[in-house]
Write a protein that binds this ligand. Sequence first.
Ligand code: GTP
Ligand code: MG
Length: 344
Amino acid sequence: DTLDPTSLRTPIVAVLGHVDHGKTSLLDKIRGSAVIEGEAGAITQHIGATAVPLDVISTIAGDLVDPDDFDLPGLLFIDTPGHHSFTTLRSRGGALADIAILVVDVNDGFQPQTLEALDILKRSQTPFIVAANKIDTVPGWNANEDSPINATYDAQSDRVTGRLDESLYEIIGNLSDEGFSADLYWRVQNFQRNVGVVPVSAMTGEGVPDLLAVMMGLSQRYMKAEMEIDVAGPGVGTVLEVKEEKGFGTTIDTVLYDGTVRADDEIVIGGQNDPIVTEVRALLQPRPLAEIRTESRFEKVEEVSAAAGIKVAAPDLEDAMAGAPVRVVRDRDLEEVVREVEAE
Ligand code: GTP
Ligand code: MG
């Protein structure tokens, strides 16, 4: 219906969890790229945003995701660092998210930043699922690359599944201690009331089809109303990072969660002192499936609609701050937009 300006935006999925539990590896597996190898010490130091379109999700998830069942365009994943010193980055990722994946290493179980992430999710009331990662490290595991979980479960010995179940029930117990009623995802009926636990391996891809199917299903079922946005409306987003970019000067990596931003828009950004009022010089979009923080070949675009990770080049961005709001002015009253940015 071309008369209807509303459209469904991509849900934003934050990936949270303790250091080394496999957040980046999991996204890597989904992306089929190797961001992890480009990272300093394989520790994620910055938030990144990765858009995964529905057709890619459906290819990875196979029979578990029929694209005809969904009208959401895909999922936008935000990777966050697990190292204890990056609390503000985690809060920022958590606050932006519509839904989240809490990654827990099945062997390591609950750790300090697992609990911290749970607190962030509790405070922001973000629905989430738990990815019980590294199932391939259970002694005696017989790996079945990229298999859905039930098929690979059936291919393990009783001893192996017994050990895995023990670890999974420990995680379910830990969640219950924190006030969350949780169960293995295939037993969960209502994902708003109960937390689903999905056994996965970022290394072998086992369980990844299930993880994507559950995220897609959860979004479609419970988030759809919230995903309805006025696509043509003035864009609203959050600064993830302020970065120097060769040939563009200071730029802001932004997650756009509402409306549209255009290459000639006037924008207001939260600054270290006063809000910055400036004009977009270029919108630089990472290719689909590319990672905004390691992708150097950006495509210049005329317009971007939520949700998306977008690099914005503009004059006077030196005082912009990570975590600050970004708002497009367009036909709105500038003073009013400035007041909104000040108030955020
Ligand atoms: P931070 O960003 O530092 O918080 O860590 P992270 O959660 O992103 O962990 P990362 O993906 O960097 O993985 C940490 C280590 O665990 C790497 O050596 C990975 O290869 C390994 N790893 C991750 N997932 C799996 C898995 O499913 N199985 C196995 N065997 N190893 C894994
Ligand atoms: Mg990481």
